[in-house]
Ligand binder design. Structure first.
Ligand SMILES: [Zn+2]
Length: 105
C-alpha cells in the first residue's frame, strides 16, 4: 500500500487550506523585499519561481512589482539621458568652490 501523507486525507482539507494560507502569507512578507533583486535577475531559479507564483496570485504584490518595474525603468531612462559631461561639470564646480574657499582671508 502506498504511503499517504496525513494532510492528503479528505477530512483534513481545512488544514491543507490553512497550510496554503500560511505559505501565501510568508511569501507575501518575503516578496516585496526581493522585488528589486527579481527585476535585476539576481534571484535563484527557485526564488524566481516563488516570486512569479506569488505575484500571479497576489494583486497587491503584482501591483507593487509593476510600480517598481516602472520606477526602475524611468530611472534607467534618466540615466541614459544624463549628459556625459555631468560628472566633469560637478568636479569643475567643486574645484572652483574650493579655490574660492582658499582665497577667503
Ligand atoms: Zn503578496
Amino acid at each position: 500500500m502506498e504511503a499517504v501523507s496525513l494532510l492528503d486525507r479528505p477530512r483534513l482539507a481545512p488544514l491543507r487550506r490553512l497550510r496554503g494560507a500560511i505559505a501565501h502569507n510568508l511569501d507575501h512578507l518575503w516578496a516585496p523585499s526581493h522585488m528589486d533583486d527579481y527585476l535585476d535577475n539576481e534571484l535563484s531559479h527557485e526564488q524566481r519561481r516563488r516570486m512569479e507564483h506569488h505575484v500571479d496570485e497576489c494583486p497587491q504584490c503584482s501591483q507593487a512589482l509593476t510600480a517598481l518595474r516602472t520606477l526602475l525603468g524611468g530611472l534607467t531612462g534618466l540615466r541614459r539621458r544624463a549628459p556625459q559631461t555631468l560628472v566633469e561639470n560637478v568636479i569643475e564646480r567643486l574645484r572652483a568652490e574650493a579655490a574660492r574657499e582658499e582665497r577667503r582671508p
